[in-house]
Design a protein around this ligand. Structure first.
Ligand code: HDE
Length: 679
């Protein structure tokens, strides 16, 4: 498909100048020497030993031997895309950041990730997702390094290595991969009860997003906006996906992991290639400094969120992802994010987790990217230009021509010069600090359960059922003492929930506990998200002998509703309708699977084989069990009848396509039909 290159990206010349087109070119060594041969090493005789002088072989092999770099300690599995951010101007009273001025367009690069697994691990695992954005602003790079959950496991950065060691595969055998469902993580969880809040988020549907295009991003920490007058305002930053927040169901997520370990990245890549550019609005919760102590939790505590009903989210701009990468390694793997990459108008708070992150992100790149010059890698370059007295180090790319590399100097007229704050130079927010040096947790950080309960109270019955099932699944993989400890911890959130989990785990159900609060935040439930049919993917089961006119109408209407479809049959090639219509088969029952679609449409044909029917019924069963819409016409109706599904919610069947289309698309928009009965 034709690449859609949006104007926003053309501005990113700093990156573009490094794009190298090898296609159609002569093959050279790294020294630019054109080679006459690239298949055979240089030998003493056709059957003799390879010669030491074969510089071409040595260069090619040496490069290959060093192709890998250390993967990220966490968030190793990631996928990136380019885009553009356009500011609405609504943040202007609170921040002087130039890229947030009305109408300003800024190129961005985003990397989505899972936290736990290695670089080659599955994507649809139960995990937090990373959502990092680099804004290439005219005032320097601003990195918004976010997660798809608004709180974190721990309150102090010094515990991060402990947390990560607990959830990574166990050291003795590196099992299990990319999952928290094992003893060491849950041992950590029970013994570090500040994890209870993120713990329950991680057990919720948020941990299995349907798509990177359908998840929120949260800065977690309280940051600070600073305006032209130097006035500070506390701020929580959020990405809000235009398509709403949607999830997979757990069994489906596990099946997808086997069928397509690249499910989420492929979804993003395909959407961008098809011109269905994902959009996210940037939202802020603004809290005047005078209100710092107005809440029943500490604003600096990263295990707490600010309910959107208490402080509404103001939308300040929109990001559109409109270009896939040219080279995953050069861009997505080499991009280096850092919450400390800020611009004038944005500043930090004293959140002790954030303070530690401000050290860790640069430090980790030194190992991962091999030295202090990683800012010169094309994807990391600031479009605003870089001028200072830093010199040399591994892999220095810039050729600094000045003979003067120190301050103060007179030989270069004391340049590069600093810039006063009034002219755009960064100056830190002048916060008053004071206190004794202590290693301690603030009293105000000691409540670990109130917001875990807030989250539980905000869930609907289906979401609660999923949380109970997730605790039961994860703890069910742990030894009995770990199960018992954790049932006690979650009993502090909600007694009934803990009793249900205990029963599933064969643990003595607790009789007391539960955080005493009925407070809820409706914004936390996915029931209240927006829903669209756009970009939903239909599996159309089609065989020879279909009614061509009807099927063409269906396919046209799906396209008109911005949905996509794939035709599935027993074998590849084409299928023919009674009127001579010929449709290409995209996949067979063995090259695709029902779990890879948002919905099925059954049409079939008059003479399908027994195997065709059997495979179709497997597709139908999975789609039904995962509460997804099934449409049917012609021979498809009979299959649903045989499966006793015709009268169930989200089943849209009928003879005439003209009557079916609208109710079918409406049912797809509903997404999951939770009120389905087991058949
Ligand atoms: Fe990170 N985190 N983190 N983190 N984090 C990294 O940086 C760290 C935290 C997040 O796509 C590492 O470049 C510490 C919160 C994302 O390249 C590392 C602490 C949030 C990504 C690191 C945290 C995040 C990272 C690993 C606790 C959500 C992927 C490689 C104090 C707001 C970035 C790297 C990408 C990556 C440290 C906690 C988000 C080791 C010490 C809270 C999205 O530096």
């Amino acid at each position: 498909m034709e690449r859609n290159n949006d104007s926003g990206n053309k501005k990113h010349e700093q990156l573009d100048q490094f794009r190298t087109e090898d296609e159609g070119k002569d093959l050279t060594t790294n020294q630019g020497l054109r080679m006459s041969e690239d298949e055979f090493s240089l030998k003493a005789g056709e059957r003799g030993p390879t010669l030491m002088e074969d510089f071409h072989f040595r260069e090619k092999m040496t490069h290959f031997d060093h192709e890998r770099i250390p993967e990220r300690v966490v968030h190793a599995r990631g996928f990136g895309a380019h885009g553009e951010f356009e500011a609405y101007g609504t943040a202007e009273p609170y921040t002087k950041a130039g890229f947030l001025k009305k109408g300003k367009k800024t190129p961005v690069f985003v990397r989505f990730s899972t936290v736990n697994g290695f670089r080659g691990s599955n994507e649809t695992v139960r995990d937090v997702r990373g959502f990092s954005t680099k804004f290439y602003t005219e005032e320097g790079n601003y990195d918004f390094v976010a997660n798809n959950m608004p709180v974190f496991f721990i309150q102090d950065a010094i515990k991060f290595p402990d947390l990560v060691h607990s959830f990574k595969p166990e050291p003795k055998n590196e099992i299990p991969q990319a999952t928290n469902a094992h003893n060491t993580f849950w041992d950590f969880h029970a013994n570090n009860t500040e994890s209870a809040h993120l713990g329950i988020w991680a057990m919720s549907d948020r941990a299995v997003p349907r798509s990177f295009r359908m998840m929120e991003g949260f800065g977690v920490h309280t940051f600070r906006f600073v305006n032209d007058e130097g006035k500070g305002t506390f701020v929580k930053l959020h990405w809000k996906p235009k398509l709403g927040v949607h999830s997979l169901v757990w069994e489906e997520a596990q099946m997808i992991a086997g069928n397509d370990p690249d499910f989420n990245r492929k979804d993003l890549y395909d959407a961008i290639e098809a011109g269905n550019y994902p959009e996210y609005e940037l939202g802020v919760q603004l809290i005047p400094e005078e209100d710092e102590f107005k809440f029943d939790f500490d604003l600096l505590d990263p295990t707490k969120l600010v309910p959107e009903e208490e402080v509404p989210v103001t939308l300040i701009g929109k990001m559109t992802l409109n270009r896939n990468t040219d080279n995953h390694f050069a861009e997505t793997e080499q991009v280096a994010f850092h919450p400390g990459h800020i611009v004038p108008g944005i500043d930090f708070s004293n959140d002790p987790l954030l303070q530690g992150r401000l050290f860790s992100y640069t430090d980790t790149q030194l190992t991962r990217l091999g030295g202090p010059n990683f800012h010169e890698i094309p994807i990391n370059r600031a479009v605003s230009g870089v001028h200072n007295n830093q010199r040399e180090g591994m892999h220095r790319m810039d050729i600094n021509t000045s003979n003067v590399a120190y301050h103060n100097n007179s030989l270069a007229d004391n340049t590069p010069k600093t810039v006063p704050a009034e002219e755009g130079g960064f100056e830190p927010y002048q916060e008053q600090v004071g206190g004794k040096k202590v290693r301690a947790r603030s009293e105000s950080f000691k409540d670990h359960y109130s917001q875990a309960k807030l989250f539980w109270n905000s869930m609907n019955d289906v979401e609660k059922k999923h949380i109970v099932a997730a605790y039961s699944f994860e703890l069910g993989k742990c030894d009995m003492p770990i199960r018992e400890m954790n049932v006690k911890v979650i009993a502090n959130i909600d007694l009934e929930m803990a009793q249900k989990v205990a029963k599933n785990l064969g643990v003595e159900p607790p009789t007391e506990g539960g955080f005493d609060s009925t407070k809820s935040s409706p914004a936390l439930s996915q029931e209240n998200t927006v829903k669209f049919p756009d970009t939903r993917k239909v599996g159309v089961i089609l065989a020879d002998g279909f009614d061509g006119q009807e099927v063409n109408m269906l396919l046209d209407q799906l396209t008109a509703a911005k949905m996509s479809y794939e035709v599935v049959n027993e074998h590849q090639g084409t299928v023919k309708g009674t009127d001579g219509t010929e449709i290409t088969v995209d996949y067979t029952f063995t090259t695709t699977d029902a779990v890879l679609y948002d919905t099925l449409f059954l049409i079939g044909g008059p003479d399908v084989s027994k195997m065709f029917k059997k495979e179709t019924s497997k597709f139908v069963e999975k789609t039904f069990d995962h509460y997804k819409t099934i449409g049917a016409t012609q021979h498809g109706i009979q299959w649903l009848e045989e499966a006793d599904m015709l009268n169930q919610p989200g089943i849209v069947a009928g003879e005439k396509m003209a009557d079916l289309i609208t109710p079918y698309i409406e049912a797809v928009t509903v997404d999951r039909h939770w009120n389905r009965e087991v058949v």
